[in-house]
Design a binder for this molecule. Sequence first.
Ligand SMILES: Cc1cc2nc3c(=O)[nH]c(=O)nc-3n(C[C@H](O)[C@H](O)[C@H](O)COP(=O)(O)OP(=O)(O)OC[C@H]3O[C@@H](n4cnc5c(N)ncnc54)[C@H](O)[C@@H]3O)c2cc1C
Ligand SMILES: *[C@@H]1O[C@H](CO)[C@@H](O)[C@H](O)[C@H]1NC(C)=O
Ligand SMILES: *[C@@H]1O[C@H](CO)[C@@H](O)[C@H](O)[C@H]1NC(C)=O
Length: 387
Amino acid sequence: MESKAVVLIVGAGPSGIATAACLTHHSIPYVLLEREDCHNSLWKKGTYDRLVLHLAKEFCSLPYKPHPPNTPAFMSKECFVRYIDEYVSQFDINPRYHRSVESASYDNSEDKWRVEAKNTIEGKTEVYVAEFLVVATGENGEGYIPDVTGLDSFKGEIVHSKQYKSGLKYQDQDVLVVGCGNSGMEIAYDLSNFYSRPSIVVRGPFHVLTREAVHRGMSLMKYLPVHIVDALTVIHAAFFFGNLSKYGIHRPNIGPFFQKSLTGRSPVIDVGAIRKIKQGEIQVVPGIVRINEDSVEFMDGTERKFDAIVFATGYKSSANNWLKDYKYALNEEGMPKNLFPAHFKGEKGLYCAGLSKRGLFGVARDAETIADDINKSLSARNWKLYL
Ligand SMILES: Cc1cc2nc3c(=O)[nH]c(=O)nc-3n(C[C@H](O)[C@H](O)[C@H](O)COP(=O)(O)OP(=O)(O)OC[C@H]3O[C@@H](n4cnc5c(N)ncnc54)[C@H](O)[C@@H]3O)c2cc1C
Ligand SMILES: *[C@@H]1O[C@H](CO)[C@@H](O)[C@H](O)[C@H]1NC(C)=O
Ligand SMILES: *[C@@H]1O[C@H](CO)[C@@H](O)[C@H](O)[C@H]1NC(C)=O
């Protein structure tokens, strides 16, 4: 049995949900498939307890639903989850849950996308045929763990940051956090709050800023060129945190906002880890040479014992695992092959939402642009009359 759809959206995270709402705004029907048993599964299941959104609320809303004035400027995870729950009911979005999309390819004879999804409750494969296909499976599809020498020989616990909930179970343990991005720094901070002894691997220079400075910088970018905003932001950070080089933390030569636009790498927004580093409650260690049964050797020649290792080494897009004809829109890494702002659209009616490395702000923008574009091509073909 084949089900027909005008637009098929894969993934009911913020990107898929926002795209659904925007399509409804244009009266375009869609089918939304989600492999988990709920929408917004990353936020509900794959994030640590103490997470507070890093960006101010005006950069974290989805189309047609700004946050009300009584929402705090920086939302807690619960607050954001509630917002998405309300969004889903307000726009009457009904994802088909327990549908794990396993293959999608373009059928040239029919000029349509053919998508196979496993119904994980019934164990059957369902086939969907669609005019347009929207990839909304996220930038965080799979946790990425680098291939470190000796990783398999380690006898303690190894987790990726997406499995990390809180420091509660690591009390009194020596824990190595690999990766000094936002997740790594916040997890090290959280571990230290739970009386564990965290060390964090820092291999290269990175920017660390206060969230207020990031907020101010993002607002100033509307009026000032990026190099001025960067200069002001770096002066503020130098004043606020002081010179951190004696703790092994160095600033890149390139400014934080320019770096974000150039490479997609976000500055670290400090939640308190820097104070703990200065107090010696979090140790900074250099790159790893090898991992042994219960210890790790570092590039400065030292070796330390650890009970657990948390890899906060980022994520990979998992779209290419199921999207056979990814080449119409994505590169080998499952990320857009076209440069921003043309990233959202491929050929043959293939789109991607939420893969622009611009957080929820980018998600909202992609959803609107994609729905507008689908509306335009349906209107041009006069098809909307028949929907
Ligand atoms: C710890 C953490 C903190 C973050 N903090 C912020 C923040 O403060 N501000 C900000 O703007 N952004 C933040 N982000 C970025 C975050 O990725 C986005 O906010 C948002 O979740 C992206 O939404 P998405 O819908 O694109 O992807 P996701 O939320 O990952 O949703 C993708 C969905 O697709 C489903 N799926 C995947 N594969 C399949 C398949 N084969 N078949 C069917 N369904 C599938 C998944 O189950 C999931 O529900 C954070 C991310 C992390 C990990
Ligand atoms: C859809 O596209 C048509 C044609 O370009 C346009 O007239 C119409 O306003 C669009 N619909 C919406 C809701 O924007
Ligand atoms: C920070 O301190 C180090 C020495 O500890 C020094 O070499 C470096 O120039 C200082 N950086 C700045 C920006 O002052």
